[in-house]
Unconditional design. Sequence first.
Length: 485
Amino acid sequence: MSVYAIRRRPGRRRPFEVRWQAAGRSRSKSFTTRKLADSYRAELVRAARTGLEFDPLTGEPTAWNPPETAIVSWYQEATAYAVMKWPSLAAHSRASLADALATVTPALVRKDACRRPDPRELRTALYQHAFNPSRPAEPASTAAHILDWVQQASLPVGCLSEPAVLRTALEALTFRLDGSRAAPNTIIRKRAVLHGALGYAAEAGLLPDNPLDTIAWQMPRSSASVDPMVMASPAQVSALLDAVARTRPELTAFFGCLYYAALRPEEAVALRSADCHLPTSGWGMLRLTAASPRTAAAWTSTGTSHEQRGLKHRPDGTIRMVPAPPVLATMLRAHHAAYGTAPDGRLFRGARGGLLSESVYGRAWHAARTLALSPELAVSELARRPYDLRHAALSLWLNTGGDPAQIAARAGNSVAVLLTVYTHCIHGRDDLLNQRIDHVLKPFPGPGPCPSVEEPAVCTDRATTPKPAVTPATRQPPSPSAIRP
C-alpha cells in the first residue's frame, strides 16, 4: 500500500488528485479543493497504518463501503420457508402449507404493480410451483412468467411489521378464490402457516419479532365436534357391512376394521397380517405401526399417491395396540383365508396387488349405502364417508361408559381431542346422571321442620330424639360379610 503526494492539474473541474496504489493497481480520486484532497489522503494513510483491508475493486478500505443490506421480499421469504419445512412434513401437510402461502401471497404485492395475472392462474402457479420445491416452473412457461411478476411486485418482508399490511394478509386468509367466506377451521389452519413463516423471518433477522403475536385480530371460532347425524347405529352398520359382503366381499373386513377397532382408513390400508393376533375365539389384538395416507403424487417424496408414514400425530416408531372384538377377529381370519395377503404382508390390496386406493373403497361404500339404506337415509349425512365408521365406533365406546383415557389410547387421540370431537354424540346418559343427583339430594328420614328459636325443643323421649343427618361422605360402607357373591 503506497500513498503519493497530491497532484495539481490546472484547468480541470476537480484539479486536486490523490493517487495511491492498492492490491497491485494504481488508484486516483480528484477533488475540487486541496483541503478535501488532504483530508481524503490523510484517511487513506491512517487506514494503511492501522492495517485495514482494502477492497480490490474500489481500492478503498473495505470498512468504508459496507455491503448494502439486501431487501428480501415476502415472496422470497415464503419460498425459503416452504423449502425449509418440506423434508419434515407429511404429504398432506406440504399441500396445506402451499395452499396457505398461495392464498396470502397475492395480497402482499404492490398496489401499483401493473399487468397483474389472472387470480386463478396466479394461485395455481404459486400453489403448484412456487411453494412446491419438487416441481419448479419450466423456463419460459406461463407459470414462470407469473412467478417472475410476483417476485418483482412482492412487498419487502419488513412491511409486514406494519399493522395495515398484516391485516391485509390476514383478511386474505378468510376468503376463498371465488370470494366466499372460508370455513373457520381453514382460516385457523392458514393463519398458523402465516405465523410460522413470519417466525422464520424473525429468526433470520428480517423482522424484529413475529408481528402476529402483537396484532389484535379476532380469530374465528370453530367447532371441532362431529355432527351426530353422521353416526350410524350398530344395527345400521351391520346392514351396511352385509351390503358390502354382497357387492365387494374382499372389502368387508376393511370396513370392519374402521368400525370395530376404530382404525383410520390409512391405518387399515397399511395393516399387515403379521401385526394381527387373531385367536379362534375371544378377543384379538391389532398392532399398529404405520399408516399409508393418500394424497397427490406431487406432494410425496416417492412420486406416488401413497406414502407410508408413522402413526398420525405420533413420533416415528410409535406402536398402538388396539383390541379386536370377536366379530372383527372372525372377519379378519376369514379374509386372510379367502384372499391371502399382498407380497409385503398387507391384508388389503388393490386390484393389481398395490395399495388399496381411496377411490376403490369409496365407490364400494357408496354402493353399499345405496343398497342397505332407505332412500331417505341414503341421501342424508348418515355414514356418508367410510371415516364415519370410526366416528360411530368412538361415540359408541363413550356411550357405553368407557374410560375416556383408555378409549383415547385405543383411538390414537388425546383425551382432550376425544371429548371435544365427540361431546355432542354422548347420549342416553342424562337419565342416569339425574338419578345419581336425585339420590344424593333426596332428604333422609327424620323429624319434620326444625323447631323455632323462640321455643327450643327439649327431647326427653329417646324414641323421638332427632337422628343426626347422614351425608354421603359420612355413610359407612357395608361390612364384607353383608355383601353376597
